[in-house]
Design a protein around this ligand. Structure first.
Ligand SMILES: [Zn+2]
Length: 357
């Protein structure tokens, strides 16, 4: 159970540790306030720490909290990387940037989505073009967006999702549920009706940081998919692409691929491909470092419960506190050994990316 004060304290503590570790390591810090408040009326920020040589033609960026609450693990990893000096602040060959809480509203409110119920990783599309259609989504709409949420619903969701996985396979289900949709603003995986605050913010940060750069690596930390504590580097594209060859050279034995069994990869509206698209003349490689937490059905249950809460329930209630704890359990690793394992992988990934190749 975690109430509003508990959520506020968690967010502020994570942010304080990041800011103080960045300052102690000699990184420059700037903070951009979000227009809306967090739990208990706190102010929310996207914080940016930078070090190294801004005139270098190589940018290394590590981002957390694109999916709000997933930022708790990402924040800890960033703060520890700073404390241990994994990316040397005095490097002449690299301009290193860490963005803490790309989506601070979701981070502090224990949501994957932002203030508009938007999945930020489905929001980076061209809204002047016809919106993508997800034909598989409708079949699961009522199952994933209940009007009442109780133990009966939890049991139904789990059994029906397990049956759908058995019937369709995880891939098609993953695509239908996670592929994003632009028709149901109160549904799961809603991509939005225009560029969100977080998208505009991170695009402005990229534009500033990419000045004079010829090469960039961005590592966006996520949780909720895969084996508990195991970090998988994911990106898109074919082996023959120069960016994929660079990823293989840079990270050698660290797997760079979509998760096995996740079906067709989803690139529509995703943050990393947008960065690559914005700078077509530069050598830009954007990857997701994704950590597993709970089994897919439990993660799905957490997201559906949270969505129900924000449209039909009250965050400031016992049920709200219970669902916010369910979200934390689904997107954070509440186990020291698993977190240690997660950090170890991140350290290897970031250290390799910091050594310009
Ligand atoms: Zn995520």
């Amino acid at each position: 159970m975690i109430d509003l004060a508990g959520m506020a304290e968690r967010y502020l503590t994570a942010r304080d540790i990041f800011l103080s570790n960045a300052s102690a390591a000699g990184w420059q810090v700037e903070s951009i306030a979000h227009p809306l408040q967090g739990p208990d009326g706190i102010t929310l920020h996207t914080d940016i720490a930078s070090a190294g040589n801004p005139d270098s033609d190589y940018l290394l960026m590590v981002t957390s909290g694109t999916h709000g609450i997933e930022g708790y693990l990402g924040s800890e990893i960033q703060s520890r990387l700073l404390a241990e000096g994994i990316v040397a602040s005095g490097s002449r060959d690299c301009h290193a940037v860490m963005v803490h809480a790309v989506n601070p509203y979701g981070f502090a409110w224990h949501r994957r989505v932002n203030e508009d119920n938007v999945d930020l990783n489905r929001n980076f599309i061209d809204f002047d073009l016809p919106l993508p259609v997800n034909e598989g989504y409708e079949e699961f709409y009522s199952l994933l967006n209940p009007v009442t949420w109780n133990e009966q619903y939890e049991a139904t969701l789990k059994s029906e999702a397990a049956a759908a996985i058995a019937r369709l396979g995880l891939g098609p289900l993953f695509k239908a549920v996670s592929g994003g949709q632009y028709e149901y603003p109160k549904g799961l995986q809603y991509g939005g009706g225009g560029p969100s605050w977080s998208r505009q913010n991170i695009e402005a940060i990229w534009s500033r940081m990419m000045t004079r750069k010829k090469c960039a690596t961005q590592i966006d930390i996520h949780t909720g998919l895969g084996e508990p504590g195991v970090g998988v580097l994911m990106t898109y594209g074919a082996e023959e692409q120069a960016r994929i060859r660079r990823a293989r050279t840079m990270w050698t034995d660290i797997f760079v691929s979509p998760l096995p069994g996740s079906g067709d990869v989803i690139t529509q509206g995703v943050l990393g491909p947008r960065l690559e698209e914005m700078f077509p003349r530069e050598d830009v490689l954007a990857v997701v470092l994704e950590y597993g937490t709970l089994p897919p059905v439990d993660v799905l249950h957490a997201i559906a419960a949270d969505n129900w809460l924000h449209h039909h329930g009250r965050v400031d209630s016992d049920t709200g506190s219970r669902i916010k704890q369910i979200m934390l359990d689904a997107f954070y690793l509440d186990d020291t050994n698993l977190r240690e394992k997660a950090y170890s992988r991140a350290k290897d990934v970031v250290a390799a990316a910091g050594r310009r190749i």
